[in-house]
Design a protein around this ligand. Structure first.
Ligand code: TYM
Length: 331
């Protein structure tokens, strides 16, 4: 039987955080041997907010190297750059004609980003979920491994798939978000009710995958907690809960095990233990990323092979879509 298809992507819009790793990339690695996987670098999504062109290009390659350094195997999955596959934009246009302005303007991320970038509320920002739906549907993906913040977008992709299939006949696989417990919502170290984000202006709020051990330890040391000194997970203790959550996600232990381990200890002990655990995991990734980045030829080959594989799959779906909607495709 054919393997089920998995699709996901990350935007090269800033330094990746441990949230991106735990919520997404780490799970992608686990899925690559069992599924047919397509993992993209979503540079078309990235330009919905202003990007410095040279930096965007550099970050694209850095992200590709990071994918490999985290353990994605180009023999097992297609790693490619979104803008190299023209069908993403083409399918977006078609899906735009069945997507409603009302549903797009109600998206949480659109509302947040419109507030944050009030000077640049462009059509791309609003159309972002349709491009994301096109990404997923082009590859007939069954599963979309993402963090909790992307759930609403995968749901729009589902809605559009169902709507299109109803109107034009079975065309798209209806995708499901795959949100694994534990790392699905890593929060800011400074405002622990908010998600950790690569675009946060406060560098102490996020732990980047590129941070050195000293920075990691310092950021955790400064993490916001609360005034009692009890190490347990609770809605009233978002800062401490976040630290325990990060610890468990990296250690592979349960909350109860972590609470037992830290019983009677202070916040300082917890912060140090989380910092060291995180640094131990990310430092070999950094070394590997550096090595891969030094070999630009290899990196280009990986992305070329990925794009070729993606192109074949994307072309097949788009041609089916064009036939269904009645576009002339030559004789
Ligand atoms: P992006 O680049 O914002 O984030 C990439 C992935 O990281 C997850 N994530 C988190 N997980 C846990 N805790 C956090 N604090 C955290 N922050 C981010 C995100 O949920 C995501 O899985 N729109 C997408 C990129 C995209 C995409 C797609 C994803 C484009 N096309 C198709 C899936 C399928 C995005 O902006 O992710």
């Amino acid at each position: 039987m054919d393997k089920k298809i998995v699709y996901s992507a990350v935007q090269p819009s800033g330094n990746l955080t441990i949230g991106n790793y735990l919520g997404a990339i780490r799970n992608w690695v686990k899925m690559q041997s069992e599924y047919e996987c397509f993992y993209a670098i979503a540079n078309m999504h990235a330009i919905t907010v202003k990007q410095e062109p040279a930096e965007l290009r550099r970050r694209t390659l850095e992200l590709a190297a990071l994918y490999l350094a985290c353990g994605l195997d180009p023999e097992n999955c297609a790693l490619y750059v979104q803008s190299q596959i023209p069908q993403h934009a083409e399918l977006t246009w078609t899906l735009n004609t069945i997507a409603y302005v009302g549903e797009l303007s109600r998206m949480t991320q659109f509302k947040d980003k419109s507030q944050k970038h009030a000077e640049n509320i462009n059509m791309g920002l609003m159309d972002y979920p349709v491009l994301m739906a096109a990404d997923i549907l082009l590859y007939q993906a069954q599963y979309v491994p993402v963090g909790a913040d992307q759930k609403q977008h995968v749901e729009i992709a589902r809605d559009l798939a169902i709507r299109f299939n109803n109107r034009f006949g079975e065309t798209f696989t209806v995708p499901e978000p795959l949100i694994l417990k534990g790392g699905a919502k890593i929060c800011s170290l400074q405002e622990p009710t908010k998600k950790m984000s690569k675009s946060d202006e406060n560098p102490n709020a996020s732990v980047y995958l590129t941070d050195g051990k000293d920075d990691v330890l310092r950021k955790f040391r400064r993490a916001v907690t609360d005034s009692d000194n009890e190490i347990r997970v609770s809605d009233e203790k978002p800062g401490v809960s976040n630290l325990i959550n990060i610890y468990c996600a990296f250690r592979g232990c349960t909350t109860e095990e972590a609470e037992r381990e830290f019983a009677g200890k202070g916040y300082g002990d917890l912060k140090l233990a989380v910092g060291e655990t995180v640094a131990d995991v990310i430092s070999p990734i950094q070394q590997e990323q550096k090595k891969i980045l030094a070999d630009k030829t290899y990196l280009a080959e990986v992305l070329k092979a990925g794009a070729e594989k993606a192109y074949k799959a994307a072309r097949r779906t788009l041609s089916k879509v064009y036939r269904k909607v009645g576009f002339y495709q030559g004789e």
